[in-house]
Write a protein that binds this ligand. Structure first.
Ligand code: BTN
Length: 244
C-alpha cells in the first residue's frame, strides 16, 4: 500500500472515533491506520456495540481517500473491504467462510468479523472513508453475544494479531488497486461469489421471518432476494436482515 503510518494504541474509545478526531486535528493522512488493543466503546452497525476482550482481537481503522469514486460508487468500498477480510480469514480457516450481506464475515455460520465504514462526501464529490474492521482472533468466550466465533475457536490455534493485520493490509492493498482501476464488474462478481445464502437462507423483514435465497447484489449495494411467496425483489440493507 505504499508508505503509511501505523498508529498503535493500547486503548481508545473506538478506533473509528480516534481517526475522526485525528482528521479534525490534521494529525492523520490518507493511508494511515489506527490499531488498538482495546476499545472502551467499540461501535458496530445500527448503533450496536462491538465488544472485544483486551488484546485478543484485531481492532483497526483505515483512513482512505477515494477521489476517483462518485458517492454512488461508494458501495464498492464495502465490496473490496469485505473481500479483503474474507481472504484474510481464509488464510487461517480454509473453508466455510462467507460474506453475509452487507458486510459481516461468517465462518462456520458464525460471525467472525464486522466492518463499519463511514463515508464522507463533499457536495457530490466523494471525499474520504473511515474503514473500521474487527476480526476475532484469539478470543474464545463471548459473553452475551450470540453467534460469535474466532479464528482460535475454529482452528484451536493462537495467532499473532500483528500477523493478521499484516495480511489484512496486503489484501486491502490488492483489492483497492482493482478498485482504483475501476474494474467494477470484477469486484461485484467476486463479492457475489462469496455471498452467504445463495442456496437457502432465512430473512427478517418487519419482524417477520421468511425463507428463500440470495440472488446477487446491485452496484448500488442493494440486494436481490428470492423470497418464498414474494418472488424476486430488490432490498436495501435497512429493510431486511439475513438470519444465520
Ligand atoms: C458490525 O458488525 O456491526 C461492525 C463492527 C465493526 C467493529 C470495528 S472494531 C474497529 C472499529 N472501531 C469501532 O468502533 N468499530 C470498528
Amino acid at each position: 500500500m505504499g508508505h503509511y503510518n501505523l498508529i498503535k494504541l493500547n486503548a481508545t474509545r473506538s478506533t473509528n472515533d480516534k481517526v475522526k478526531m485525528l482528521i479534525k486535528s490534521k494529525k492523520i493522512s490518507p493511508g494511515d491506520i489506527v490499531w488498538a488493543e482495546y476499545q472502551y466503546k467499540g461501535r458496530g452497525q445500527y448503533n450496536n456495540n462491538w465488544n472485544s476482550s483486551r488484546g485478543k482481537n484485531l481492532l483497526v481503522t483505515l483512513y482512505k481517500e477515494f477521489r476517483e469514486l462518485t458517492p454512488k460508487q461508494s458501495s464498492y468500498i464495502n465490496f473490496v473491504i469485505s473481500l479483503s477480510v474474507i481472504d484474510t480469514i481464509e488464510y487461517y480457516i480454509s473453508s466455510d467462510n462467507y460474506i453475509k450481506w452487507p458486510n459481516d464475515i461468517l465462518s462456520a455460520q458464525k460471525k467472525i468479523s464486522g466492518i463499519l465504514i463511514e463515508n464522507n462526501f463533499k457536495g457530490d464529490k466523494f471525499n474520504n472513508s473511515i474503514i473500521g474492521i474487527g476480526i476475532n482472533v484469539n478470543q474464545t468466550r463471548f459473553k452475551n453475544i450470540v453467534n460469535a466465533t474466532s479464528i482460535k475457536l475454529i482452528t484451536n490455534k493462537e495467532n499473532r494479531i500483528e500477523e493478521v493485520l499484516d495480511k489484512l493490509i496486503k489484501n486491502i492493498g490488492y483489492y483497492i488497486k482493482i478498485l482504483r482501476v475501476k474494474d467494477f464488474d470484477n469486484i461485484i462478481g467476486l463479492y457475489n461469489s462469496r455471498l452467504y445464502g445463495r442456496d437457502y437462507c432465512k430473512f427478517l423483514i418487519n419482524d417477520k421471518t421468511f425463507e428463500g435465497k440470495v440472488i446477487d447484489v446491485n452496484p448500488s449495494g442493494s440486494i436481490n432476494l428470492k423470497i418464498n411467496g414474494l418472488g424476486i425483489n430488490k432490498y436495501e440493507s435497512n429493510t431486511v436482515k439475513i438470519l444465520i
